[in-house]
Design a protein around this ligand. Sequence first.
Ligand SMILES: *C/C=C(C)/C=C/C=C(C)/C=C/C1=C(C)CCCC1(C)C
Length: 244
Amino acid sequence: MSSLNFQTLLLANLKAGDLVGFTFFIGSMAMAAAAVFFFFEMSNVDKKWRTSILVSGLITFIAAVHYYYMRDFWAENGVSPTEFRYIDWILTVPLMCVEFYLITKKAGATSSLLVKLIAASVVMLVTGYIGEAIYGADTVSWVWGAISGAAYFYILYMVMFGEVKALAQSAGPAVAKATRILAWFVLVGWAIYPIGYIAGTEGGLFGMKVLEGLSMDIVYNIGDAVNKIGFGLVIYALAVSSKD
Ligand SMILES: *C/C=C(C)/C=C/C=C(C)/C=C/C1=C(C)CCCC1(C)C
């Protein structure tokens, strides 16, 4: 067997100094460990929080599977796994919206609120995908990025000042506090993604060569770890501490 064939038998080819590849491997394992944690902890929390912890487990589980594909795709081809990335997001980000709905449900969150949040997240991601996958080499990608950004600001508004915040406040101090922290995840943690988008757009923003040399995938991988695992842990902390 030639050495070339032997190479292709290796599952993933991670080279020394491949920082992007490192973050894909770490991300993959961290998501899997987080999923195991959330699934097992479901039986340690009060019944009313179980669905929320289950959803945290599903978010990290879905990410673990996609990271498994993404790290191999990267190791094999050395290019961004844009499709796997957006397939992951289109499943996990709406589930994060479900988390906001679940923790404010007892204060009267309606399914129409859930639909609004999910619809905004789908608009944010579909327009982001079009901008990145189809127009990534073109400065017109800022138009798609801007539409995506508008949907992002709508979600941010809802959780930080709008309906979600109002409901959280009437749900009691623990839910109000957790929602405040989660809103900061949306404000700071989610803002990491447009930075990756600009870094990944050829020519940067409006042709200005901003963020050139920064790897879009490293930015996205750090963002995912913070947002998916961190987000789930805030809900977990709420579930184990809440007397509401
Ligand atoms: C677990 C994955 C998460 C929380 C992904 C979140 C993704 C975003 C908030 C992406 C936002 C984008 C914009 C606001 C504009 C540019 C295009 C996107 C899709 C990168």
